[in-house]
Design a protein around this ligand. Structure first.
Ligand SMILES: [Zn+2]
Length: 164
């Protein structure tokens, strides 16, 4: 059984994703309540069957550590939909510093974008304005729920309203 369960904080904000087994224990110990069962799936013990959880909510509010999304090459590609942010191609992708490092550009979510090798080379050591290469969209720091939402694609639509 490798399904995942969305765990909501007491205030219904998405907190994390856990295994069905762990979610079931949390419900069984009265530490959380079932919010949405997984459609049509049941867990069986010797004598009983229980609906399998898809979304649960903790009974007590947990002060969550800051849920940042790691600034990695792969996560930047993901945010940018694996498209060069200058020409739109999905081939030969690399990272581009919008304001080049040589001009003080930082290694941050808002200064890094996906670019293809040819746009990256063409832009060189210039800003988009200087190179006459406007960005297709302004880069942002992705939210944690965006990444949780991605995990939910295997889950029908039981998670959707909580990740909106
Ligand atoms: Zn390009």
């Amino acid at each position: 059984m490798n399904s995942r369960v969305l765990v909501l904080n007491q205030d219904f904000s998405p907190l994390m994703v856990c295994s069905v087994q762990r979610a079931f224990v949390l419900v069984y110990l009265n530490k959380s309540e079932m919010i949405r069962p997984a459609n049509g799936h049941k867990l069986h013990s010797v004598t009983q069957s229980f609906p399998m959880p898809s979304v649960i909510r903790l009974n007590r509010y947990v002060r969550a550590p800051y849920k940042g999304v790691a600034l990695t090459r792969q996560n930047i590609f993901k945010r940018d939909n694996f498209e060069c942010q200058y020409c739109g191609t999905k081939r030969e992708l690399t990272l581009d510093h919008i304001i080049p490092s040589s001009k003080g550009g930082q290694h941050t979510w808002v200064n890094l974008v996906t670019a293809c090798k040819s746009c990256n080379a063409k832009k060189g050591d210039f800003t988009p304005e200087e190179a006459g290469m406007p960005l297709r969209k302004k880069p942002h720091k992705p939210s944690y729920s965006l990444f949780l939402r991605e995990l939910s694609t295997h889950h029908g639509n039981e998670w959707d309203e909580f990740l909106a």
